[in-house]
Ligand binder design. Structure first.
Ligand SMILES: *Cc1c(COP(=O)(O)O)cnc(C)c1O
Length: 355
């Protein structure tokens, strides 16, 4: 006998990427930024380490929303702060979908969408991407309450054009969540769609491009009516004082973020060429990672295990369509050179071969 609700008992729960406690790994598995947060952010946090921490934070995080609105050229009423964008994803599912409601998301994509749907006992509609990561027409599901799209997508790094996403927003039932965790690494984004569509919820995070995964801060941009409703669903104090301070400072220092993004994009192109030279197929990436598909006769799982023995962590997903792939986060140039050297050695030694 279980004390849990039946649907909770049955589900497995989201499994995040490994976060080893011993810091000896070259960590290329969870898409963290290899460069440090802006000095301006660290200073702002240090300046906030004082007796005001005994006070609750602003429940609506207005300072952060004002700054975000200024930088994105929108209104603070159209911005909502979350304890990471994962918090906002959870708020969205709880706001718009109940038991049995259709929740749509592509496959393979960010697996948290499926977990959130299961938590809500929703009717998950998982729609396969085409082989070249285009959304098929059946992504438009009649009566859907929430549809998710990560753009750029993880783990493929591929991207759907804002024009195509705008068409989807007009045609789908319910809200369309555009999860732009990696938008800063891409040439295009869907921010303009918020003005045009009253069902679009755009998500951004400080975890990737701003090097602040350890500070949990994400935000949602949408029309006022959606933001107002979601405010009722969130925890009263869902963003803490240091998170708000960090967000304001991070948004103030666009320059540092953009310098790091430029370096990462350069390294991404460098890694892509090197991997292609070894025979991997690389999906076109618009993010801070690449998805590399192994050549015939080579096992991605073997390579993952061998790299791990050499203290290099990449991401391996032992699931349909990804079990012949490695997802590699773009590290510093030195980290990526180390990865390339080790991969070359492994391939030459036949350590990845399927026996
Ligand atoms: C990393 C990631 C997130 C989570 O971001 P947090 O703000 O750290 O919660 C959300 N969506 C996608 C697609 C991601 O890759």
């Amino acid at each position: 006998m279980s004390y849990f609700k039946e649907h909770i008992e049955k589900m497995t729960g989201y499994i995040p990427g490994e976060q080893p406690r011993d810091g000896v790994y070259t960590k290329l598995n969870t898409n963290e930024n290899p460069y440090p947060p802006s000095q301006h952010v660290l200073e702002a946090i240090r300046n906030s380490l004082n007796e005001t921490l005994r006070l609750y934070p602003d429940p609506v995080a207005m300072a952060a929303r004002l700054k975000i609105a200024e930088v994105l050229k929108t209104k603070p009423e159209r911005v909502m702060a979350g304890n990471g964008s994962d918090d906002l994803l959870s708020i969205i599912v709880r706001s718009f979908a109940g038991p049995g409601d259709k929740i749509v998301f592509p496959y393979p994509s960010y697996m948290l969408y499926k977990t959130l749907s299961e938590l809500q006992n929703g009717a998950a509609c998982m729609i396969d991407f085409t082989e070249d990561y285009i959304l098929p027409e059946d992504f438009i599901v009649k009566g859907a309450k929430v549809s998710f799209i990560a753009n750029p997508n993880s783990p493929s790094g591929t991207m759907i054009s804002p024009r195509e996403i705008s068409r989807l927003a007009s045609e789908i039932d319910g809200v369309l969540v555009i999860d732009e965790a990696y938008a800063d690494f891409s040439d295009e984004n869907c921010l303009p769609l918020v003005e045009r569509h009253d069902n679009v919820l755009l998500l951004r995070t400080l975890s990737k491009s701003y090097s602040l995964a350890g500070i949990r801060f994400g935000f949602c941009v949408a029309q006022e009516s959606l933001i107002q409703g979601m405010m009722k669903v969130k925890d009263s104090y869902n963003v803490d004082r240091l998170g708000i301070v960090a967000a304001v400072a991070a948004m103030e220092d666009q320059k540092t973020m953009m310098e790091h993004v430029e370096k990462i994009i350069k390294t991404r192109e460098y890694l892509t060429k090197a991997l292609q030279g070894m025979g991997f197929f690389i999906y076109p990436s618009h993010a801070n990672f690449v998805l590399a598909r192994c050549m015939k006769g080579v096992s991605a799982q073997n390579l993952y295990n061998e790299l791990k023995k050499r203290k290099i962590l990449v991401r391996y997903f032992n699931i349909r369509r990804l079990d012949d792939c490695l997802r590699i986060t773009i590290g510093t140039q030195e980290e990526i050179d180390l990865l390339i050297k080790n991969l070359k050695d492994l391939l030459i030694a036949g350590a990845g071969n399927i026996h």
